[in-house]
Design a protein around this ligand. Structure first.
Ligand code: C2E
Ligand code: CA
Ligand code: CA
Ligand code: CA
Length: 278
């Protein structure tokens, strides 16, 4: 039994070494990935539910490595956050997105599409984000109203005073701030009173089951009603079926995003969609 235990320990220890090695390797590769042109931006269209017009896009980072292959953001964003690399990559994504979006033709009602950029909790540290955002807008010429930032619910919970001060500074640049993955952090809707955000994105885990799980439907309905009572925009993500879109539209959900509407696409495709009058 002792022997088995020892072997067992060795086995796990080796497996762990391997995982650590892979992580370290990935971190090293990620360090130069932007410069080598392995990172690119994908854009997932966001539609107004009322008339199903494309009104914006969410920017999603992609990493295609020559030997490691396609690495999903759920893996490499985590590595970037833990290593601090996100503080280098995040600003590049923001700048690239603004540079790209300013070149797009105006959409259906003459207004430019908004670009919604994910901001990791780590980028909120140090308080440099508002300056970075202001610099990006100035340098690229993108109107502030066309830039949205997606902050996770968990990033702003805990210190509401600090969060409120940061959001205030961000708002002074003219951008909009959305709470991403809303509902998962279990912060409760009462936080929306203290943290002045412009919108919430209902997490896709609630949308996924809403047509068969009464709890998820009730929760989604409550989020929409409460957000609207506070004058906050509601976006639903992860819509994969028409029935989900219909349920959300019936409840007055303002904006919709998901594979059923469109997968993430390239910048060229965004321009094509705009020119086709989507
Ligand atoms: P997220 O911000 O919640 O982004 C939405 C994710 O849902 C994206 O995954 C998107 O491709 C996926 N999605 C869109 N429609 C559907 C659908 O109908 N069904 C399902 N099941 N999924 C859908 P992706 O691109 O793999 O990104 C995963 C996460 O990585 C993002 O989650 C975000 O947290 C993070 N991420 C991606 N790009 C960036 C970035 O530039 N900066 C930061 N900080 N995080 C990023
Ligand atoms: Ca997001
Ligand atoms: Ca999300
Ligand atoms: Ca459920």
């Amino acid at each position: 039994a002792k022997m088995a235990g020892k072997n067992c320990y060795r086995y796990y220890s080796r497996a762990m070494d391997h995982a650590v090695e892979r992580r370290v390797h990935m971190e090293q590769e990620l360090r130069g990935a932007w410069e080598r042109g392995e990172l690119r931006l994908a854009y997932q269209p966001i539609y107004r539910t009322r008339d199903r017009r494309m009104v914006g896009v969410e920017v999603l980072l992609r990493w295609q490595h020559p030997t490691l292959g396609t690495i999903p953001p759920s893996v490499f964003i985590e590595v970037a956050e833990q290593s601090g690399l996100i503080e280098v990559i995040g600003p590049k994504v923001l700048r690239a997105a603004c540079t790209e979006a300013v070149q797009w033709p105006p959409g259906a009602d003459g207004e430019g599409l908004f670009v919604s950029v994910n901001v990791s909790p780590r980028q909120l540290r140090g308080g440099e984000l508002p300056t970075l955002v202001a610099d990006c807008l100035r340098d690229t010429g993108l109107p502030a109203s066309r830039l949205h930032l997606e902050l996770t619910e968990t990033a702003v919970i805990g210190d509401e005073m600090l969060a409120a001060a940061l959001l205030d500074k961000l708002h002074r640049t003219g951008v909009k701030v959305w709470l991403d993955d809303f509902g998962t952090g279990f912060s409760g809707l009462s936080h929306l009173r203290q943290v002045p955000v412009d919108g919430v994105k209902i997490d896709k885990s609630f949308v996924a089951d809403m047509q068969r799980d009464p709890d998820d439907l009730a929760l989604t309905t409550a989020i929409i009603a409460m957000a609207h009572a506070l004058g906050i925009t509601v976006v639903a993500e992860g819509i994969e079926q028409e029935v989900q879109f219909d349920l959300l539209a019936q409840r007055g959900c303002d904006l919709a995003q998901g594979y059923w509407l469109s997968h993430p696409v390239s910048a060229t495709d965004v321009v094509q969609l705009l020119e086709a009058g989507s």
